[in-house]
Design a protein around this ligand. Structure first.
Ligand code: CA
Length: 532
């Protein structure tokens, strides 16, 4: 028998340890912006019939789809901060899009690095400042542009020609092929701008859905008569607030009397398009010019105009979605080609849900279902039963501890989320949460959705617009579209007491002591704008 010196034995043992570490799974986290679950075929929403996402549907059919997946604060930057930290907005300090993320705080990528993972992020960060905790990174400044966008890199700013979703996918593919560290598992975050406003599809998708009508949401003409007052004085309606040029790129040059660039709103649209090359612009105009001409000739009014705007909006949104769906397909193909697929977890999710004409709206922010829900689909070969659907209540708060759990790393006590690894293995713990906590802060601000907090259980939802001291309560089992506010319904009085108690418990549990004061009546009146 061969004899080894102690030093050689140590080297051999260390080699075994590294080899063991190799077996921990890689994670590819594909994260998009504003992609609502009901715009994913696998989620069975009213958009399913247009087959919006074949690649994401395939991922779900081979993995696990979370039906009850929610954000904690339905807006871009804050959702990302929650994911980085595993803590609610009031704990990680990034409550509004206007905030700057404190990158010096504890984040899961830093902890993954310590645990021996290689980490990388490409695409939209939306947290300001240079990312920390990543071995490789290239991010968009702010919202970023769809065409020929700038990127911030550790070496400075660069401009890359092409379509943003494709460029970010290129960076991720390059990481997989050329930048992986030997002997280390990796966490690769692929964070797309799409399908965020202003919805600009790739040139190859401009004719997608051109020959069909997108089904209208059942609540397109909601009159909000049963809601608390904020739903009546918001500013996110397709009818009153979605702009034909800024949002829908309708050519209004004639209407602006040749002063298109001088018009504030038209100038904003121009900002999004000015990066296009002459060739890109030519193709764009060729696709939209006949549609714009038909629109001007039709002289639509009232509901017909809303219907036209909805079609243009939903089509451009779903065309932008198709770009990210193709990204998922390309990334999985690359994992296959490199022999990495069997030991790589692929996750698809987006920072919050979105209104695609639901309740007559676009945008997000509210605690209503369409913007509260997040898509969350996990593919983990050999661990997840293919095609499974999980109905436990999960949140973006849970991602950080889940990643640490996957890596076999310690989960710090101050992380507020819970690892969903047991759920992925089909074994929900008996004490899994029975309710989720929500708190939205960005007000007064664009779209004018007031601050509110609330609780959602499997069946009920209670929301408090505290500055205005107005409440809403919904029975989601009987009213999934949330059209009947039951807060003053005596039949639900004792249930509401119970749910309010649960809300108080959650506020204590998550230690949310942020200011939730009721505004003086005069201040309330100024903001309600006579919409009572
Ligand atoms: Ca978003």
């Amino acid at each position: 028998m061969q004899r080894h010196s102690p030093a050689l034995l140590f080297v051999l043992l260390a080699a075994v340890a590294v080899h063991a570490a190799d077996k921990r799974p890689n994670i590819v986290f594909v994260f998009t912006d504003d992609h609502a679950p009901h715009a994913i075929g696998a989620y069975d929403g009213w958009l399913k019939s247009v087959n919006p996402t074949p690649n994401i549907d395939k991922l779900a059919s081979e993995g696990m789809l979370f039906v009850n997946s929610f954000c904690t604060n339905s807006i871009c930057g804050p959702s990302r901060a929650v994911i980085q930290t595993g803590k609610h907005s009031h704990k990680n300090g990034f409550m509004n899009n206007g905030n700057t993320f404190n990158w010096n705080q504890q984040t899961f990528p830093k902890l993954l690095q310590k645990a021996g993972y290689q980490t990388a992020i490409y695409g939209k960060s939306h947290l300001k400042g240079h990312p920390q905790g990543f071995d490789s990174w290239t991010v968009l400044p702010g919202q970023g542009l769809y065409y020929n966008p700038d990127f911030i890199t550790p070496k400075g700013r660069i401009r890359v020609e092409g379509y943003c979703t494709d460029i970010v996918t290129d960076m991720a593919v390059d990481f997989l092929k050329n930048k992986r560290a030997k002997g280390k598992p990796f966490m690769l975050m692929v964070q797309h701008k799409a399908p965020h406003r202003n919805w600009m599809p790739a040139l190859r998708h401009l004719d997608l859905y051109a020959d069909i009508d997108i089904p209208e949401p059942p609540t397109l003409f909601d009159d909000y008569k049963d809601n608390a007052s904020p739903a009546r004085w918001q500013e996110l309606e397709i009818d009153r607030h979605m702009h034909l040029n800024f949002d829908l790129f309708l050519d209004l040059t004639k209407e602006f009397n040749g002063n298109a660039i001088k018009g504030r709103i038209d100038k904003s649209a121009w900002r999004n398009m000015q990066r296009m090359s002459d060739e890109q612009m030519k193709k764009w105009r060729a696709a939209y010019a006949p549609r714009d001409k038909a629109f001007h000739e039709a002289k639509l009014k009232g509901k017909n105009l809303v219907r036209w705007k909805f079609q243009r909006y939903a089509k451009n949104y779903l065309r932008s979605v198709r770009g990210v769906d193709e990204s998922v397909g390309r990334l999985r193909k690359t994992l296959d080609e490199l022999g990495l697929a069997d030991n790589t977890i692929v996750i698809y999710c987006s920072d919050q849900g979105f209104y695609i004409g639901d309740h007559g709206w676009y945008d997000k922010r509210w605690m209503y279902e369409e913007s509260l829900k997040m898509p969350f689909i996990v593919h983990w070969p050999g661990t997840i039963k293919a095609g499974s659907k999980n109905t436990d209540l999960v949140q973006n708060l849970d991602y950080a501890p889940t990643f640490l759990d996957i890596a076999g790393a310690d989960i710090p006590k101050d992380i507020q989320g819970k690892s969903v690894v047991p759920l992925l293995k089909g074994k929900t713990p008996k004490d899994w949460r029975k309710s989720i906590y929500y708190h939205y802060y960005e007000y007064p601000s664009v779209h004018m959705v007031p601050r509110h907090y609330g609780v959602r259980t499997e069946r009920y939802k209670l929301m408090h617009f505290y500055h205005f001291d107005e409440w809403e309560f919904y029975d989601l089992k009987n009213d999934p579209d949330e059209l009947k506010n039951l807060y003053n319904d005596s039949k639900y009085a004792s249930t509401i007491v119970d749910v309010k108690e649960e809300l108080s418990r959650l506020r204590k549990h998550y230690d949310d002591d942020s200011d939730v004061s009721v505004w003086p009546k005069e201040k309330q009146r100024q903001f309600r704008k006579g919409a009572e």
